[in-house]
Each structure stands twice: as C-alpha cells, then as structure tokens.
Design a protein. Sequence first.
Length: 168
Amino acid sequence: MEMQANHAFFFIMLILMSFVSHSWACRYQVEVVTGDRSNAGTDATVSLWLCSDIKECFLHVTDLAQYGTRGPSYDYFERNNHDIFEIPTTIECVDICRMIIAHDNSGYKAGWYLDSVNVEVYEDNGLKKSETGFPVYRWLATDESPYTLQAEVNHCPPIRVADHFAIA
C-alpha cells in the first residue's frame, strides 16, 4: 500500500511540476542596421517598442544595448553596423506589425542615421514564428531633418469599426 501511495504522490508531483515549469516564452531577435553615412553612429541610449495589431505596444526596452549579442563592452549602433539583440520574454509570442525606436540624444554627436530594424519572433521551442522588416532610412537627430529622435514604422492593418461591433 505504501508503494502505491509513493507512486501516486510521485505522479501528482510530476504533473504539478510540468504546469509550474512551463510558461509561455518568446524570444525577439532584433537586427538594427546603422547607415553608411558620415557620423551615422551614436553612443546615445537606444529604446525600442514592439507592437502588434491586437495589443498596444507590449514590449518596451529602455536600453537595447543591454540585450546585444556581442556583450556589454561592444560599441553598438556605429556606422554601417548590423547589430543583433536577443530579447527573451515570458509572454506568448505575437506577430509584430509596428515598431518605435528612439534615443536619448546623449553622448558626443548623438545623431544617428538608421537604415532599418528587422524583428524575428521565435517560440519557446526554437521555431521561427514570424519576421518583419521596418525600413527607416533617416536621421534620428536634432540637427538633421526631420529633426526628431524617434522613428515609427507601422505595418498594422487599419482597424475597421464594423470588424469589432455588430451593426444591426
């Protein structure tokens, strides 16, 4: 009888552990391409928002360099760089259709010429769920047109009222 109780206890613990140990995990791999122009790089702190058409911006990274794959001492966001950032999350994967990127204008010659941002979404099993490219091709600077430190690229479909409400 004691042996059966031990087996039952072990089986119940195994089931409970499987529920506790598995949580949604999603990894966003972000490639940031700095342009090939004179003084295109920046030492400013770069922030990133990722958004879907279902939710508002669900992921906000205040210092993207902290997630760089080349380590904390690497000089990210320099002229003609293709920098890769790995952002793990504990939330369910969603497709990205809108991206906002900005910097705090800190450092010497903080202006930054950004070519593009590409986002790959990986599920917890390692399979790629989606990939979205966000072309920017402009300065994020106060001394270069369009004189702003932020860029937003939106590929989300427009929301139609009829899709969300029953019209009698």
